[in-house]
Design a binder for this molecule. Structure first.
Ligand code: ZN
Length: 128
């Protein structure tokens, strides 16, 4: 490995570390395509929370849950109960197997949400 490569690798690792250490604040935007609310799991989403930096999708919200978000901010996200959410998502798919979002789309949306939740939890632990 040349010095230049070592240097580039170092810079890459630093960037990665910085990204892992930076909190990702969220903002609300109109939802693109068909999504299901991942806060209650009971209604179609009308808006979506994106990360402010690189606009990664985090949490699709229905009108009721978006109102909670506007009132309580991040506290509204603590009300998410993973078990109840998964049960509601499953129930939605059983009743409407052909309706979008499809099961793989839902799984991807849940993954996007978990990525953010895990990161924020890790940050809170390291700053405590
Ligand atoms: Zn909702």
């Amino acid at each position: 490995m040349s010095w230049r490569e070592i240097d580039e690798q170092y810079a890459r690792e630093q960037r990665q570390r910085l990204q892992e250490m930076t909190p990702e604040p969220l903002f609300e935007a109109p939802v693109m395509g068909r999504k299901w609310c991942l806060r209650c799991g009971r209604r179609p989403a009308t808006s979506i929370l994106l990360t402010a930096g690189d606009m990664r999708p985090v949490l699709p919200l229905c009108t009721g849950c978006a109102a909670e978000w506007n009132l309580h901010g991040y506290h509204a996200l603590r009300g998410i109960r993973p078990r109840a959410l998964l049960r509601n998502l499953l129930w939605f798919k059983l009743r409407h197997p052909l309706r979008r979002p499809s099961a793989p789309e839902l799984v991807q949306d849940v993954r996007n949400l978990l990525r953010w939740v895990r990161k924020m939890k890790a940050l809170r632990r390291s700053s405590a």
